[in-house]
Design a protein around this ligand. Structure first.
Ligand code: ZN
Length: 154
C-alpha cells in the first residue's frame, strides 16, 4: 500500500475513534444489543429505531474500546441508517469479509460506495487479533436486528 493512502486510512480511524459519530443513547429504541470483545476489552451497546417498513430509521451506540472498535461502530452508524435489515445484513457480511481478507470480491456493486467508506479498516486483516475489534459493532448490529440482546466476538 502507498504510504499516503496508509496515512489517510490512519487518519480516518483516529478521527472516528476520537470523535465517534452518533455516540449517544437513543430514547425508546426498538432494538438494543450489547457486544463484547474480551480479547481487547471492547464493549459496545447499539440502539436501533425501526421505521414502519422495518428499516433502520435511526442508530446510535455507546461503549468504550480501542480506536478501531470505536471507529468501526462510528462508521457503521453512518452507513446503515436508512437501510433495510436485509441491506444492513449484506453490508455486515461484506465488511466481515473485508476485515478478514482485506478485500470483498463477492460484494455486490450496490455495496461499492459503502465498502469504499470502510476501506480504512481493511488493514486489520494483517493483524488477526484486531479483526474482532473491527467486526464487533457489526456482530452487534446483526444481533440487534435478529432480536438477540448479547453477542460476543468469541
Ligand atoms: Zn479493540
Amino acid at each position: 500500500m502507498f504510504d499516503d493512502l496508509r496515512d489517510l486510512y490512519q487518519e480516518v480511524i483516529l478521527d472516528h475513534g476520537r470523535k465517534p459519530r452518533n455516540f449517544r443513547r437513543l430514547d425508546d429504541p426498538d432494538r438494543t444489543a450489547r457486544g463484547d470483545n474480551p480479547m481487547c476489552g471492547d464493549r459496545i451497546e447499539l440502539f436501533l429505531k425501526l421505521g414502519a417498513d422495518g428499516g433502520i430509521a435511526d442508530v446510535a451506540f455507546q461503549g468504550r474500546g480501542c480506536a478501531i472498535s470505536t471507529a468501526s461502530a462510528s462508521l457503521l452508524t453512518e452507513l446503515v441508517k436508512g437501510k433495510t435489515a436485509a441491506q444492513a445484513h449484506a453490508l455486515a457480511d461484506g465488511f466481515r469479509q473485508l476485515a478478514m481478507t482485506g478485500t470483498c470480491p463477492a460484494c455486490e456493486a450496490a455495496l461499492a460506495d459503502d465498502m469504499e467508506r470502510l476501506q480504512p479498516l481493511s488493514g486489520v486483516h494483517e493483524f488477526p487479533s484486531r479483526v474482532k475489534c473491527a467486526t464487533l459493532a457489526w456482530h452487534t448490529l446483526n444481533a440487534a436486528l435478529d432480536g438477540s440482546k448479547e453477542t460476543s466476538s468469541e
